[in-house]
Design a protein. Structure first.
Length: 279
C-alpha cells in the first residue's frame, strides 16, 4: 500500500493536503469528504479498510480544518461555493494519481451532501456515490424532538455566526469553528429542503437529475443526526440514479451504531460498500 500526501491548491489560494491510501492496482478510487468540522485524518481507519479491499482512497480536507491554510474569522469567510471549488481541486488530484481506476465519491454527514452537490455540477465525475450517515438536514425529515431542535438551530446559528464573524462551533459543541457563509448555506438547506450555494447560479436541485450512476446509502440505527428519512430524502434527489441502502445496527456494525462510532470500526461498512460496488 502506498500512503502519499498530495498538495492541493484552489484558484483563490486555498491550500490543503490530500491524504491517500493507494493499494497496488486499485480497481476503484474514492474521494471521501468528511463531516462538518472533522479533519481528514479521522477517517484513516476507514481509508485503510477500503484500501485493503482494493479501493484507493483520497481524504479531502475541508477549508478551515486540519491541513488547510485557512481558518474562519470575521475577515476570512467562505461558503458552499468555495467548498465545491476545493472538492473539484481534490478530485483532479485524485484523478491524476489513479487515472485508470473507476471513479467514486462519497462522504459522511455534510460530506455526503456536498459530494452529491459536486455530482450535480459535474455528473460525469464519478460512477458511484457512497453516503455514510449522510442525509439532508431538512427539518421535516426528523422526528421529534430533533425536529424542533433543528428548526431552532437553523434560526439561531446563522445569527450567532454573523454576530461573532464565524460560528464558534467548538465552544458550542457543534461541528468546528465554521465560516459564517457555510452556516448560512447549511441552514438554508435545512430550512427549505433545497440545496443552493451563494454565488453558484446552477439550480442544484434540478441538476441532481443529471447523475445516472449508483448511490449506496448506509445509515446507523442510533444516529439521531441522520435518521433514515433524512438519508432517503438526500438520496432521492438523485432521482435518475440506481439506489441501494443498508441500515446498520450495533451487532452488524460491531460498534455503537451512532453518527460517529462507525469511523473507529469501519470494517462492516467498508465490506458492504465494496461488495455493492463489485456486484
Amino acid at each position: 500500500m502506498h500512503a502519499p500526501v498530495l498538495p492541493v491548491r484552489t484558484g483563490d489560494g486555498h491550500a490543503a493536503e490530500l491524504i491517500a491510501r493507494i493499494p497496488d492496482a486499485p480497481r476503484t478510487r474514492l474521494l471521501w469528504l468528511p463531516a462538518m468540522g472533522l479533519a481528514a485524518r479521522h477517517y484513516l481507519p476507514f481509508a485503510e479498510a477500503l484500501a485493503a479491499r482494493g479501493v484507493a482512497v483520497f481524504l479531502h480536507e475541508w477549508r478551515g480544518n486540519g491541513s488547510s491554510n485557512r481558518r474562519a474569522s470575521r475577515s476570512c469567510d467562505w461558503g458552499y461555493r468555495e467548498l465545491l471549488a476545493d472538492i473539484a481541486a481534490s478530485d483532479r488530484a485524485a484523478e491524476a494519481a489513479t487515472p485508470a481506476a473507476a471513479r467514486a465519491i462519497g462522504g459522511h454527514s455534510l460530506g455526503g451532501q456536498l459530494a452529491a452537490c459536486h455530482l450535480a455540477l459535474h455528473p460525469q465525475a464519478a460512477q458511484v456515490l457512497w453516503l455514510v450517515a449522510s442525509g439532508a438536514p431538512y427539518w421535516r425529515t426528523f422526528p421529534q424532538p430533533a425536529r424542533g431542535a433543528m428548526r431552532l438551530a437553523f434560526a439561531l446559528l446563522p445569527r450567532v455566526a454573523r454576530r461573532v464573524g464565524w460560528l464558534p462551533g467548538r465552544r458550542l459543541r457543534f461541528a468546528g469553528n465554521e465560516a459564517r457563509g457555510v452556516i448560512t448555506d447549511w441552514a438554508r438547506s435545512g430550512a427549505t429542503g433545497r440545496y443552493a450555494a451563494a454565488g453558484v447560479e446552477t439550480d442544484l436541485d434540478a441538476a441532481f437529475a443529471g447523475f445516472t450512476g449508483e448511490v449506496a446509502v448506509a445509515t446507523c440505527a442510533r444516529d439521531w443526526m441522520c435518521p433514515p428519512a433524512s438519508a432517503a430524502y438526500l438520496a432521492g434527489k438523485l432521482r435518475n440514479a440506481g439506489q441501494r441502502s443498508r441500515h446498520f445496527g450495533d451487532a452488524a456494525l460491531g460498534a455503537r451504531a451512532d453518527h460517529f462510532a462507525w469511523m473507529g470500526a469501519p470494517r462492516a461498512i467498508a465490506d458492504w460498500l465494496v461488495d455493492d460496488a463489485t456486484r
